[in-house]
Design a protein around this ligand. Structure first.
Ligand code: IPM
Ligand code: MN
Length: 362
C-alpha cells in the first residue's frame, strides 16, 4: 500500500535524525512491499528563514492532506539565535503549537521504557530500577496553559503577565478516555496526575476522570498530585503504567521520565486526534549545540516512525520489526555518544541508521 507522509525536518539535529528514520522506513518498504511518499514541509526556524513565520497556512494544508506527519525537532538556541528576537507568536515553537491546534492533536503519547541494555545509562540506583519500568505518559496537548489567554501589561508602572489555565469537561473526557483505552491494552493501571489541592482545573479534571473510570471497571486507577509524581518517578518508576495528565504537567513529567530511561534521545512520541491521523516526533528538542556533527541519537525518531506505522497505518508487524531492530542493535553493542558505555562500540548518527535498517526483517 501507499502512504502519504508530510515530513517536517525542522531545525538543529532535526534534519539528521529524520534522514535516519527515512532510511529505516525505506528498508521497511523493501522488506514489506509498501510505498511511503514524502512531502517536505517547513516549520520552526527553517520556515522563519524562508517565509518570516514559523508555519504558513499552506504548510498546515499540506499536513492535513496526508496520512501522517513525521517530524524531527524545531527551535534554536534561545540565547543566541535571531529567531528569539522575534515576538513570541513568530518564534519557532509557536509553529508547533499552531500545528497541534490546527490538526486537533489533543492526545500526546510518550512511552518511557528502560531497555535492559541501557541500564548503565539510567541515572537511578540498581535497587530503584528493580525489574525496570515501562510506562506511557498520556499528555493532553491542545488545552490548558499552553492555549489559554495570555498577556503582558503594565499597571501603574509595574509590569504584569498573565497566563490562564482552562479546561472544559469535554477536553478532559476525551483525553481521559484515551488514557483508559491505552491502559486496557497494557497493564490496566492509570495514574491521573493533577494539582487538585490547589487548582480548580485539577478538581474538574479529577471529577471527570472518575466519571470516565466507571466505564473501565477492569482498569485500576489512582489520583496523584503532580509534585508527588515528580518524586515517585525517581523513587519508584516501576509503579507506573499509564500516567494521564494535562498539558503543562505532561510536558515536565515526560522530560523527567525520559531522563530516567537514560537518554532523551531514546524517547518517541505520537500526537493523535480523533482519527487515524497523527504527528510523530522524538520527545527531545533540536539540540542546536550538537547539530550538524552527525552525533545525535536517531533512535527516538526511528521509534516515532514505528509508532506512525502502528497508530496511523495499522502496520503492527512492520512496527514490531522496527522496534526489534532497535533492541537488536543495542544488544549488539552499538551506541551513540549519549548512551555510550564501556565495552560498546560508539557510532555516528548515520551509522546507527544503517545498523538499524540492516536489522529489519519479516
Ligand atoms: C515538547 C516541547 C514543546 C512543548 C515546546 C517546543 C513548545 O517541549 O514537545 O515537549 O512544550 O510542548
Ligand atoms: Mn517538552
Amino acid at each position: 500500500m501507499k502512504y502519504n507522509v508530510a515530513v517536517i525536518s525542522g531545525d538543529g539535529i532535526g534534519p539528521e535524525i529524520v534522514e535516519e528514520a527515512k532510511k529505516v522506513l525505506s528498508k521497511v518498504e523493501q522488506v514489506f512491499g509498501h510505498t511511503f511518499a514524502y512531502e517536505p514541509v517547513l516549520m520552526g526556524g527553517a520556515s522563519i528563514d524562508v517565509h518570516g513565520v514559523p508555519l504558513t497556512d499552506e504548510a498546515i494544508a499540506v499536513c492535513q492532506s496526508k496520512d501522517a506527519v513525521l517530524m524531527g525537532s524545531i527551535g534554536g538556541n534561545t540565547a543566541t539565535s535571531p529567531w528569539y528576537q522575534l515576538p513570541p507568536e513568530k518564534r519557532p515553537e509557536a509553529g508547533l503549537l499552531k500545528l497541534r491546534k490546527a490538526l486537533n492533536l489533543f492526545a500526546n503519547l510518550r512511552p518511557a521504557y528502560l531497555y535492559e541494555e541501557l541500564k548503565e545509562a539510567c541515572p537511578l540506583k540498581d535497587e530503584i530500577i528493580g525489574e525496570g519500568f515501562d510506562m506511557v505518559i498520556m499528555r493532553e496537548l491542545t488545552g490548558g496553559l499552553y492555549f489559554g489567554e495570555r498577556k503582558t501589561i503594565e499597571e501603574h508602572g509595574v509590569r504584569k503577565a498573565y497566563d490562564s489555565l482552562t479546561y472544559d469537561e469535554k477536553e478532559i473526557r476525551r483525553i481521559a478516555k484515551r488514557g483508559f483505552e491505552i491502559a486496557m491494552k497494557r497493564r490496566k493501571k492509570v495514574t491521573s496526575v493533577d494539582k487538585a489541592n490547589v487548582l480548580d482545573s485539577s478538581r474538574l479534571w479529577r471529577t471527570i476522570v472518575e466519571e470516565v473510570a466507571e466505564d473501565y471497571p477492569e482498569v485500576s486507577y489512582e489520583h496523584m498530585l503532580v509534585d508527588n509524581c515528580a518524586m515517585q518517578l525517581v523513587k519508584n518508576p516501576g509503579q507506573f503504567d499509564v500516567i494521564l495528565t494535562e498539558n503543562m504537567f505532561g510536558d515536565i513529567l515526560s522530560d523527567e521520565a525520559s531522563m530516567v530511561t537514560g537518554s532523551i534521545g531514546m524517547l518517541s512520541s505520537a500526537s493523535l486526534n480523533e482519527t487515524k491521523f497523527g504527528l510523530y516526533e522524538p520527545s527531545g528538542g533540536s539540540a542546536p549545540d550538537i547539530a550538524g556533527q552527525n552525533i545525535a541519537n536517531p533512535i527516538a525518531t526511528i521509534l516515532s516512525a514505528a509508532m506512525m506505522l502502528r497508530y496511523s497505518f495499522d502496520l503492527d508487524q512492520e512496527a514490531d520489526a522496527v522496534e526489534n531492530a532497535v533492541k537488536q542493535v543495542l544488544k549488539d553493542g552499538y551506541r551513540t555518544i549519549d548512551i555510550m558505555s564501556e565495552d560498546c562500540t560508539q557510532v555516528k548518527t548515520s551509522q546507527m541508521g544503517d545498523l538499524i535498517a540492516e536489522r529489519i526483517h519479516k
